[in-house]
Design a binder for this molecule. Structure first.
Ligand code: CTP
Length: 399
């Protein structure tokens, strides 16, 4: 993914301001970005905004720069992806009917890259049969159309026409840019902590943020897998396009995992499951009284061990995580054997730059045959791709 090139076409709608955030997110995802704006778009946001964010000169007019005479041919051919966001009714109509009367529309005539069109406009304009027919025509010709969201629009009406959140456009773009080597593969991922209730207002939990599990779900989705994400409470927005099962307790998680396990090619248990729960959950808030208070706890089901015990009847690549503060490899190896796993990803959770709540991770991948592989410190999305690469290799090798 690193270094792939994206051309962002910005046209003249109020949502042009959201394109600035999209460019920032694309750059953050390590992509190279060039921006082409229509003249109307420059009335909403200045080219300087996009130049600062992308680090590249913005192309707004066909004859702006003498040294770039062939840009209208080059731009759409050396990009890996073209995103038009926001796409007005005007640009949609021009692309559909082969009109090239400015830089962006001419560039689209010569383009060979995949294109993602994100229409955003007034709801009546969007629902106009001419616009709908033009969008259908583009879709038929292989353009990817990202449907606008419904809601309150800048013109004061309520309906379909809002540009999707830039993070959702980024996710769709990364799906279009990724290799699709997990197509046909069903992957279940668990993420986040579980919460075990003492009473209606208090619970026991742990420091897991869910970042690693969500990165795995995202990476698998981008590579074409059918993804089920069973997640304890986190603050992360699940990516669109996955089956999302939010849960709270370990018992909820067990039920959800067993509901979705059929047909899974891989199950990756990144969740930090509470090992114990209060024996009783009080119906009412517990009042303070005595000087000390102790809680009777009972063991939760070990979901991963239950999956391992029944793996013969449901063959799949079973990947566990081991959160350790000492004797990383030794403890992780014990868990591989005890839970009948194919692979375990061991995390030293005492490190500041890895494990719980961080954006980076450095892991040891330990295999059932004893091999140990060290990963360097990487972003969690890169660790996720590495884990998926290794799990896929095991799946491809298995009979
Ligand atoms: N796990 C699970 N159900 C549990 C506890 C753990 O499915 N009740 C899974 C986790 O999702 C993880 C793996 O088992 O993939 C290891 O979890 P970890 O907390 O590291 O180890 P435990 O088995 O709970 O052992 P300990 O807490 O003693 O280290």
């Amino acid at each position: 993914m690193k270094g792939k090139k994206v051309l962002v076409g910005v046209t003249g709608g109020i949502a042009a301001y959201k394109a600035a955030e999209l460019v920032r997110l694309l750059i953050k995802a390590d992509l190279r970005v060039e921006v082409a704006m229509t003249r109307s778009a420059t009335r909403f946001v200045t080219p300087l905004t996009f130049e600062t964010l992308s680090g590249n000169k913005v192309i707004a007019g066909m004859f702006d720069r003498e040294d770039m005479a062939m840009d209208h041919i080059r731009c759409g051919q050396d990009a890996d992806l073209i995103i038009i966001a926001p796409a007005t009714a005007n640009i949609v109509g021009k692309i559909a009917h082969g009109i090239g009367d400015d830089f962006l529309s001419t560039c689209m005539l010569a383009a060979t890259a995949k294109a993602l069109i994100c229409p955003a406009m007034n709801d009546h304009m969007f629902l106009n049969p001419a616009v709908q027919d033009n969008l259908a025509l583009l879709q038929k010709r292989g353009f990817f159309i990202m449907a606008p969201e419904s809601g309150e629009l800048a013109c004061g009406t309520d309906g379909p026409g809002r540009l999707p959140d830039p993070s959702d456009i980024l996710e769709q773009s990364l799906i279009l840019l990724s290799k699709r080597d997990l197509e046909g593969c069903k992957i279940l991922v668990t993420a986040g902590p579980t919460t075990e209730y003492i009473d209606p207002v208090r619970y026991i939990t742990n420091r897991s943020s869910g970042k690693m599990g969500y990165a795995l779900a995202r990476a698998a989705l981008r590579r074409g897998a059918e993804v089920v994400l069973v997640s304890g409470p986190t603050t992360i927005k699940p990516p669109p396009g996955i089956v999302f099962r939010p849960v709270k307790t370990a018992e909820d998680m067990r039920r959800a995992v067993f509901e979705h396990r059929n047909g899974c090619h891989m199950i990756i248990k990144a969740a930090a499951v509470s090992d114990y729960r209060p024996k009783e959950t009080a119906d009412q808030k517990v009042k303070k009284g005595t000087e000390s208070f102790s809680l009777d706890m009972v063991k939760n089901p070990d979901i991963l061990a239950l999956l391992g015990e029944t793996k013969k009847a449901h063959p799949c690549i079973l990947v566990g995580f081991a959160a350790e503060t000492e004797a990383l490899v030794k403890n992780a190896r014990k868990k591989i054997n005890a839970k009948n796993l194919d692979m375990i990803v061991a995390n030293d959770v005492s490190r500041k730059d890895a494990g719980f709540q961080t954006d980076t991770n450095a892991v040891k991948i330990i295999y059932a045959d004893g091999r140990v592989e060290d990963s360097p410190l990487m972003g969690k999305i890169d660790v996720a791709h590495l884990i998926l690469d290794r799990a896929k290799a095991l799946k491809d090798e298995s009979p």
